[in-house]
Design a protein around this ligand. Structure first.
Ligand SMILES: [Zn+2]
Length: 241
């Protein structure tokens, strides 16, 4: 009797695993292809870190695969248009093929967990800030991935696609699960081999789009930069097809 119960338990666990893995099977998002790098928190305060990150991306020729999520007025005290060197840096990256996108407005708290009118206002301000770079963003990531239903609707109405931690939301109403991971959040050196193996095997086994999220500062330590170099080399050798 006990062994039967154990067998049933095993079957149930297997079924749950099976169904959850098929439910969360990440989508292949054609506009991104096989691989995309999402750089969060692109703000004047991180200019040296961003230079270091993009130097590695340039080295592997992955500019077209890289999306820079800009905070238009970080903390309400760093309006990008007042930082000439930063604006020139973004302009240069855009010319090289990098994509310039939106990451909230001030990045204070859960600013996009808000009502329709606040979301409208913040989005308008963000669009205006990026217009100084002649950029109309196609994609949006909410600070801390925190987004109310109302704010999501506002973004979609404006034809902006929203990338969440686990899902992507298109203006036509479709929602798809995605594989979006950050391996380099202040990574201690001893974890480097593990994280690298784990990222490489995920890249090799996932049929969908692999989104690599990065934060300036968090990735800019010895292990983080080593991870980035090794993993981008692996991706460029494995091919983007
Ligand atoms: Zn952020």
């Amino acid at each position: 009797m006990k062994s039967l119960r154990n067998a049933i338990t095993l079957i149930v666990v297997a079924l749950v695993l099976l169904s959850s893995s098929s439910l969360s099977r990440p989508a292949y998002v054609p506009v991104f292809g096989r691989f995309a790098i999402l750089v969060h928190d692109v703000s004047p305060g991180y200019l040296p870190q961003l230079r270091q990150i993009t130097a590695v991306i340039d080295e592997y020729g992955l500019q077209n695969e890289t999306y820079l999520f800009v905070i238009p007025d970080h903390g309400g005290e760093m309006p990008i248009w007042k930082y000439r060197e930063f604006m020139e840096f973004l302009e240069e990256l855009r010319r090289k093929g990098y994509h310039i996108e939106l990451h909230g407005y001030t990045h204070i708290g859960d600013e996009f967990s808000c009502n329709v009118s606040t979301a409208e206002r913040k989005l308008e301000l963000g669009l205006k800030a990026l217009s100084y770079l002649n950029v109309t963003p196609k994609y949006f990531i909410a600070p801390r991935y925190s987004l109310s239903r109302d704010a999501l609707s506002v973004l979609l109405w404006h034809n902006v696609t929203v990338i969440g931690e686990d899902f992507i939301y298109f203006p036509n109403g479709t929602v798809e699960p995605i594989y979006n991971r950050e391996y380099t959040w202040y990574m201690p050196s001893f974890l480097l081999p593990y994280e690298l193996t784990s990222a490489e095997s995920a890249y090799a086994n996932i049929n969908g789009t692999f989104f690599l999220s990065l934060h300036p500062e968090a990735v800019n330590n010895k292990a983080g930069m080593k991870f980035l170099k090794e993993f981008l080399r692996f991706v460029s050798r494995s091919g983007l097809g």
